[in-house]
Design a protein around this ligand. Structure first.
Ligand code: UDP
Ligand code: MG
Length: 335
């Protein structure tokens, strides 16, 4: 096999780990190229997601040192998922397969050998699944577990314990490009593409340096995003809840009629007060969930770009947005 492999690494304020990540990836790529498993035109593409530190400078100097490294500079920070998409969509026409991986070296680089093996055997999507979560803090471990359970119960099908470490073939990437959603949750979308897929297990290590860019607040919004952008089950649940409450209220009606017949009606104050609060709360909750979906629809109908690339730094295919605009204008003039 002599297929072209592109590694896509989203980076947000990763100046501390980037040199080490680059060193290890270079070693890995050279070994793979030397053993003839991938083409020597393979690359490592770092996507700078609007970092505020020296990340982009480091990427530029890596590229200057070695054409193995390429860089994509986004116009601003758009979050992990969009950065990943920007990378994958930019490289999809240049590579035969792409592996996405975090910059912090938590994912075991060596697992990619097995991924490529599966690709050679005809798999289009290979999911990296972590074996254990021993290296994560107790807090991170339990919240992550809760996250997967919740996702599953809410009807969002994801691969258990799979983050965004995965290999995708070119045609799988083409498939991904057909999904135009603005509310992006790649882990849920990729299984929808179809094609033969496989799973590769690896041990997840601790973050090499720097700190997690996913604090609790971001994690919760990530979970809400995942659920509401993949399933409408919460809306069904609200409908069911409404039916149950309606049934309960019939029961209460019968109960109060009986109390009335007996002649003991004055004692209902506590009960009334509680019901008002409970029902009020439920209505607000229901409105909130519905509002969440309407918000999604609002964003989808706007069709805003999911990312804007300022520059693609690459030895063969590089461009800046300015070049592209100039080229487009020239083409239009020629017509
Ligand atoms: N990341 C990004 N944009 C962001 C936040 C994170 O591109 O707004 C990248 C980050 O550089 C890393 C990956 O996403 O390569 C995963 O982030 P992190 O390791 O902080 O998440 P955790 O592993 O703690 O869930
Ligand atoms: Mg991490």
């Amino acid at each position: 096999m002599n297929d072209i492999l592109y590694f896509v690494i989203p980076c947000y304020n990763e100046e501390e780990v980037l040199p080490e990540t680059a060193r290890r990836l270079r070693e890995k790529m050279h070994a793979l190229i030397k053993s003839g498993r991938i083409s020597d035109r393979s690359r490592v593409v770092f996507v700078n997601d609007g970092s505020r530190d020296k990340t982009w400078d480091i990427i530029c100097s890596l590229h200057a040192e070695d054409p193995l490294f390429s860089g994509i500079n986004e116009s601003r920070n758009r979050g992990h998922q969009n950065a990943l998409l920007a990378g994958l969509m930019t490289v999809r026409s240049y590579c035969d397969m792409a592996i996405s991986m975090d910059a912090d070296l938590q994912d075991d680089i060596n697992a990619c050998d097995e991924m490529i093996e599966k690709y050679d055997q005809g798999c289009d999507i290979v999911y990296g699944v972590r074996n254990a979560r021993d290296t994560d803090s107790f807090f991170k471990r339990t919240t992550a577990l809760g996250f997967y359970r919740l996702m599953d119960q809410m009807g969002a099908n994801t691969v258990y314990n799979h983050a965004d470490y995965r290999l995708m073939s070119r045609r799988a990437l083409e498939g991904l490009s057909e999904f135009g959603e603005v509310n992006l949750f790649l882990r849920g979308i990729v299984p929808m593409i179809g094609y033969p897929s496989a799973v590769v297990y690896y041990e997840r290590a601790e973050r090499f340096a720097g700190e997690s860019k996913y604090p609790l607040k971001k994690m919760i919004s990530f979970a809400v995003e995942g659920i509401t952008s993949l399933s409408t089950k919460p809306i069904q649940m609200i409908t069911n809840l409404g039916i149950i409450i309606f049934l309960v209220s019939i029961g209460i009606l019968i109960y109060s009629l009986i109390r009335h017949a007996i002649g003991a009606t004055v004692v209902g104050w506590t009960f009334l007060a509680v019901s008002v609060w409970a029902i009020g709360g439920l209505i607000l909750l229901a409105l909130g969930v519905i509002g969440e979906y309407i918000g999604k629809i609002y964003l989808e109908t706007k069709k805003r770009p999911r990312y804007i690339i300022e520059q693609f730094l690459d030895a063969e295919h590089g461009f800046t947005t300015r070049d592209l605009t100039l080229r487009k204008n020239m083409e239009e003039e020629n017509q």
